[in-house]
Design a protein around this ligand. Structure first.
Ligand SMILES: *[C@@H]1O[C@H](CO)[C@@H](O)[C@H](O)[C@H]1NC(C)=O
Ligand SMILES: *[C@@H]1O[C@H](CO)[C@@H](O)[C@H](O)[C@H]1NC(C)=O
Ligand SMILES: *[C@@H]1O[C@H](CO)[C@@H](O)[C@H](O)[C@H]1NC(C)=O
Ligand SMILES: *[C@@H]1O[C@H](CO)[C@@H](O)[C@H](O)[C@H]1NC(C)=O
Ligand SMILES: *[C@@H]1O[C@H](CO)[C@@H](O)[C@H](O)[C@H]1NC(C)=O
Ligand SMILES: *[C@@H]1O[C@H](CO)[C@@H](O)[C@H](O)[C@H]1NC(C)=O
Length: 359
């Protein structure tokens, strides 16, 4: 990661040295560069590994696109709503051929980890059901480095260009925690890795928005696989508290890092963008936010049965697995959220309800 991150830091510092006010930033981004996992992938995973995940199949993309696009949702993801609110075109996936990246590029890959592939290999953390790709954050930053030369040629041109670009770094980290759990590591092990996972994010982030992670203990996937007979393991919403604790710990460390960056670079706009609070608010009070509720708000729209409509052997995108008739639920497929949820989160990041400062 060393070289790439050093290179990125140079870019970022160049930008930072200029007087950038939040008002100019908010109204005039010319491009978005996004790094992350399934929560913001807009097509890279299905290009890399078309058969390894079901997100390349219907009913993914049934809303808006009327076809699977490689987005892990029924429709648009948070990144799409951010782009449209600026307004910018939808940000093309970096691995797609023949795209115009002059208004930004999306490097996010579903299941990308924050920690490097080599960490997993060295530690023999190789899940059989969740094949890992070599698409960690550092690899994504390498792709960005490759793309840069085509975006601007001179120092002045690059300053001008990146001065007005929004960098979104995350959400990323959930795949790391899923992977540890899938190979039988404990929650304590996950927690022991949180500082490394967050460190890999903040070591490269100097002027951008850093989304935290979702409450993983509220995901149908986790609620199903790690179901507990003990009611006291569940919080008032019905989420598994120890798994939410991993997310809370991750977000706490990330927030501290964002604060430090804000102090260090007072002229830059560095935001913490919250995924945790909106999701818990939607789940605690779904009707207030306009979600449809049939039974528990924790239940996924698209899945093959079970109490949370998540079934590892009949997942959304597999043949014969249907989506609910009205995808106005909070959760889409057990892991990611519906377009409706993504839209409210994006608004909150833009207007400050769920990001501080607003992005
Ligand atoms: C992962 O990809 C990066 C960048 O392409 C490469 O340098 C690295 O060797 C790869 N790692 C493994 C373990 O294949
Ligand atoms: C950078 O220079 C190359 C070679 O001269 C040119 O093809 C390319 O269009 C330039 N890129 C930009 C963004 O100006
Ligand atoms: C970056 O933007 C600020 C104001 O938004 C401006 O003062 C500064 O000159 C810009 N830097 C470059 C290199 O364009
Ligand atoms: C349920 O969990 C609580 C709190 O962790 C614990 O005190 C209690 O012994 C557990 N009960 C059972 C039946 O395991
Ligand atoms: C969650 O973390 C808090 C401290 O951050 C701790 O007090 C609490 O016991 C943890 N809950 C569980 C269920 O592990
Ligand atoms: C999960 O899917 C399998 C395969 O279709 C099916 O046999 C099983 O009954 C499903 N489980 C639940 C709880 O619906």
């Amino acid at each position: 990661m060393g070289l790439v991150s050093a290179f990125l830091l140079i870019v970022i510092f160049t930008v930072l040295l200029h007087q950038v006010t939040s008002t100019t930033l908010q109204s005039s981004y010319n491009a978005i560069f996004n790094f992350g996992d399934q929560y913001s992938d807009t097509g890279n995973f299905v290009i890399l590994a078309p058969r390894a995940l079901f997100i390349g199949n219907s009913p993914y993309g049934e809303t808006d696109f009327n076809r699977p696009t490689g987005r892990a949702s029924n429709g648009r993801v948070v990144l799409d709503f951010i782009a449209q609110s600026i307004p910018l075109p939808l940000i093309p996936p970096y691995l797609a051929q023949g795209q115009d990246f002059s208004k930004g590029a999306n490097f996010a890959v579903a299941r990308a980890t924050a920690l490097d592939f080599v960490f997993y290999q060295k530690n023999n953390i190789i899940p059989t059901d969740l094949p890992l790709l070599n698409t960690s954050l550092s690899v994504q930053l390498g792709w960005f480095e490759n793309l840069m030369a085509s975006l601007c040629n001179t120092t002045d041109a690059c300053n001008l260009y990146f001065n007005r670009s929004l960098f979104l770094l995350g959400t990323i980290g959930v795949a790391d925690y899923f992977t540890f759990l899938a190979v039988g590591k404990t929650v304590d092990y996950c927690n022991s890795k949180v500082p490394d996972v967050v460190g890999s994010i903040t070591s490269v982030a100097k002027h951008m928005a850093l989304p935290g992670v979702v409450p993983i203990g509220c995901l149908p996937r986790i609620l199903t696989i790690y179901v507990s007979p003990n009611v006291s393991d569940y919080d008032s919403i019905g989420c598994l508290q120890i798994y939410n604790n991993i997310s809370q710990y991750h977000n706490r460390i990330l927030r501290v890092a964002v604060k430090q960056l804000q102090i260090e670079f007072p002229k830059a706009v560095i935001s913490y963008a919250d995924y945790y609070e909106p999701i818990t608010k939607f789940l605690a009070n779904p009707r207030l936010y306009g979600f449809t509720v049939n039974g528990s708000p924790l239940v996924a729209c698209c899945g093959g049965g079970g109490p949370y409509n998540y079934n590892a052997s009949a997942q959304c995108g597999q043949s014969g697995v249907a989506a609910c008739p009205d995808p106005s639920t909070v959760n889409w497929d057990g892991t990611v959220f519906t377009e409706k949820a993504n839209s409210i989160i994006a608004n909150g990041w833009r207007n400050g309800a769920f990001a501080s400062p607003p992005i």
